[in-house]
Write a protein that binds this ligand. Structure first.
Ligand code: SR1
Ligand code: MG
Length: 401
């Protein structure tokens, strides 16, 4: 196929068959478009007789969630496949295998992870993932360290930065996370019941100042190659395995943005526990699990990041005693701030999360929304003074009391 166009399910089969080694030539393949995200087509192609399958992900030239009025560059597909490749070199067990990238069709063919479940869904079902904190902490430490000036040659890093210039997707984040929730923007989307909360966000100058500082970091701090959208819908899990998918928002930005995304989404589920019903496992027990996971993610990240630094920092002057402690302290502060921004946007902004939106009882949903905003705002306001991950736990626990 020589020209870009969105594939049909049948064309996806023909495409899959044209790739040598994936399926038998005479296999009777079936194809389903299963994309439920905001931006892309996702085809699940399987050979039921052989029990084999693959995923074919194709970018659309606009944001699917809004429509053709919001054009988006197809280059994000290249960015996603190249980010997956780098992540795969650094953490082979934590990302799907990529079989092919097609520049013209803006399409990536990759491993099918249907034996896993999207983590957000798992958390909504109140499942427990014993490997998750260790795996994601290691993923964060390795991908962020090795793509930064600490872990790679600084001239090579500048060239890599060039490879990941991602203006359209950064613009989505700049608007939907760092701007629109703090003004009466058309894209905002919130329940009438929390109109008072939205207006409070629009008028809180102290909050705006902190968000402006965090936004500035997102715009200018090219610290490491980020995943860029590391929420629990971008992570597949089982009890024994963790796989990070969807790095189409990848760009060079502040490390705390990725770490904060993971923690924010655990905390959104924490807030969503307001939708608890007596036939589920105890709400407080599950909340303890979530908060312990938050602590373990940070602890693993910090331990692994420091050990990578101690064993392999490529920058002589960065090895000066005291600099590592200062650097990690700043990462913690950024993590608090970006986690807060990511919580606020999921309640009043364009794109929400199922952890909150699927709560059936309106009063419980409203409580969960208010709790998310309370935690998010407190994290943003406190972020420049953050000194320990325990403070984040305290903020969540106190807000839920
Ligand atoms: C228009 S895209 C909305 C959101 O979906 C993605 O997952 C990102 O989080 C983006 O902000
Ligand atoms: Mg995505």
């Amino acid at each position: 196929m020589t020209q870009y166009h969105p594939l049909t399910e049948q064309e996806a089969i023909e495409y899959a068959k044209s790739i040598p080694g994936l399926f038998q030539a005479d296999a009777a393949l079936s194809s389903r478009e299963i994309g439920d995200g905001n931006l892309n087509l996702v085809f699940h192609i399987s050979d039921p007789a052989a029990g084999t399958s693959i995923i074919l992900k194709q970018a659309l030239p606009y944001a699917k969630v809004v429509g053709e009025s919001w054009p988006l560059s197809l280059d994000r597909s290249r960015i996603e496949s190249e980010a997956l490749q780098i992540e795969g070199e650094l953490c082979p067990d934590l990302v799907p295998r990529v079989y092919r990238y097609d520049t013209i069709l803006a399409l990536t063919v990759m491993e099918d992870l249907s034996d896993h479940i999207i983590m957000r869904k798992g958390l909504i079902e109140r499942r427990v993932y014993p490997r998750f904190a260790g795996d994601i902490g290691r993923f964060l430490a390795r991908t962020l360290f090795h793509t930064s000036d600490l872990g790679m040659n600084q001239q090579a890093k500048k060239l890599r930065l060039q490879q990941f210039i991602n203006p359209d997707l950064c613009k989505i984040t700049e608007d939907l996370i760092f701007d629109h929730p703090y003004t009466n923007a058309d894209t905002n989307n919130f329940d009438e019941a929390i109109q008072d909360e939205a207006e409070a966000l629009w008028n809180d100058q102290e909050l705006h100042l902190e968000v402006a500082r965090l936004r500035q970091g997102f715009l200018t701090n090219a610290q490491a190659l980020l995943h860029g959208d590391l929420h629990t819908g971008s992570i597949f899990v089982t009890e024994h395995s963790t796989k990070v998918i969807d790095p189409e928002f990848a760009y060079y930005g502040p490390m705390g943005f990725d770490i904060g995304a993971v923690l924010a989404n655990l905390l959104l589920n924490f807030a969503g526990q307001e939708g608890w019903s007596p036939d589920n496992a105890s709400r407080s027990e599950y909340r303890r699990y979530l908060l312990q996971t938050v602590k373990d993610v940070w602890a693993t990240f910090e331990r692994e990041f420091r050990s990578l630094w101690n064993e392999g920092c490529v920058d002589r002057i960065s090895r000066t005693p005291g600099f590592q402690d200062e650097y990690v302290r700043q990462l913690l502060r950024d993590t608090f701030g970006y986690a807060g921004c990511k919580m606020v946007r999921r309640i009043v902004g364009l794109a929400h999360v199922a952890d909150i939106d699927t709560i059936a009882e309106p009063a419980a949903k409203e409580r969960a929304q208010r709790l998310s905003l309370a935690i998010g705002k407190a994290l943003i306001k406190h972020h420049r003074n953050a000194a320990s991950i325990d403070e984040l736990i305290d903020i969540a626990v106190k807000a839920a009391e």
